[in-house]
Design a protein around this ligand. Structure first.
Ligand SMILES: Nc1ncnc2c1ncn2[C@@H]1O[C@H](COP(=O)(O)OP(=O)(O)O)[C@@H](O)[C@H]1O
Ligand SMILES: [Mg+2]
Length: 241
């Protein structure tokens, strides 16, 4: 469904993505893990048409989308849930949801919003409140709900667990797992390797803008290098005393 081939992206002299190739098949849930500054957001923004690639190919369902605008990428069936959620704090929850439907008519959007509110009961309950009043977890749900308004075929998720408590992170991942089960294709990027790999079918590891490892989630979770670098303190305490 999505194929990225030999992609390079730079900000002036800073090369953020170097010769990255990856693919996500229809219906797959793929996670890409990497530490802060590895290039995760740049990769998603480049796929989405926010940051232009310097070199390489991006195809979506066979179409070359590397030069597409964000608007065109959304029309094509891609949706991004951005890092830090970026809800509009002074708008209501319901208005935030509607914002995701900018490519369609208002009638289509109202129907879709109703469907989405059924999927996210918390958002329905709080539809008239300012989005800024929601908890971090609820705001993450809202950002996902907003992205679903454009009826995407594929969801790009940027660090859903950022700043959330473990139990709330689990809620968010359970919601993503449900969407995945219902047929949505997902590419997720995270520093939180444990959760990202636990829920994904497959994964990639990005370091300094390059893919250094790939495999099934269980392979990666069992990899010593991944454990050392991404699975945190517990492993270090146990094995590197
Ligand atoms: N707008 C920008 N201008 C210049 N450099 C940037 C910009 N955005 C990101 N970078 C640099 O690109 C690299 C990758 O950043 P980013 O994609 O945000 O990583 P991640 O999402 O994995 O934390 C970093 O070195 C970062 O400093
Ligand atoms: Mg990022």
């Amino acid at each position: 469904m999505l194929r990225v081939k030999s992609l390079s992206v730079s900000y002036g002299a800073v090369q953020a993505i170097m010769n990255v190739s990856l693919h996500v098949s229809h219906g797959e849930f793929v996670s890409l893990i990497g530490s802060n500054g590895a290039g995760k957001t740049t990769l998603l923004n480049s796929i989405m048409g926010i940051v232009p690639p310097k070199d390489g190919e991006i195809t979506f369902n066979g179409d070359s989308i590397a030069s597409y605008s964000v608007h065109k990428s959304v029309k094509e069936g891609l949706a991004l849930v951005p890092e830090g959620r970026r809800v509009f704090p002074n708008m209501t929850v319901y208005e935030n949801i509607l914002m995701g439907g900018f490519t369609r008519s208002s009638k289509e959007n109202e129907e879709k919003a109703e469907e989405i509110e059924e999927m996210f009961p918390v958002l329905k309950e709080r539809r008239s409140q300012a989005a800024g009043m929601l908890s971090g977890g609820e705001q993450q749900m809202l950002a996902i709900a907003r992205a679903l308004m454009s009826r995407p075929k594929m969801l790009l998720m940027d660090e859903p667990s950022m700043g959330l408590a473990p139990l709330v992170i689990k809620d968010v991942y359970e919601k993503l797992a449900g969407l995945s089960k219902s047929g949505l294709t997902i590419l997720l990027v995270e520093q939180n390797a444990t959760m990202a790999l636990k829920y994904a079918d497959r994964g990639y590891v990005l370091e300094n803008g390059r893919i250094v490892l790939q495999g099934s989630s269980s392979e990666l979770l069992g990899d010593n290098e991944v454990k050392r670098a991404y699975l945190g303190k517990e492993y270090k305490e146990k094995w590197e005393r």
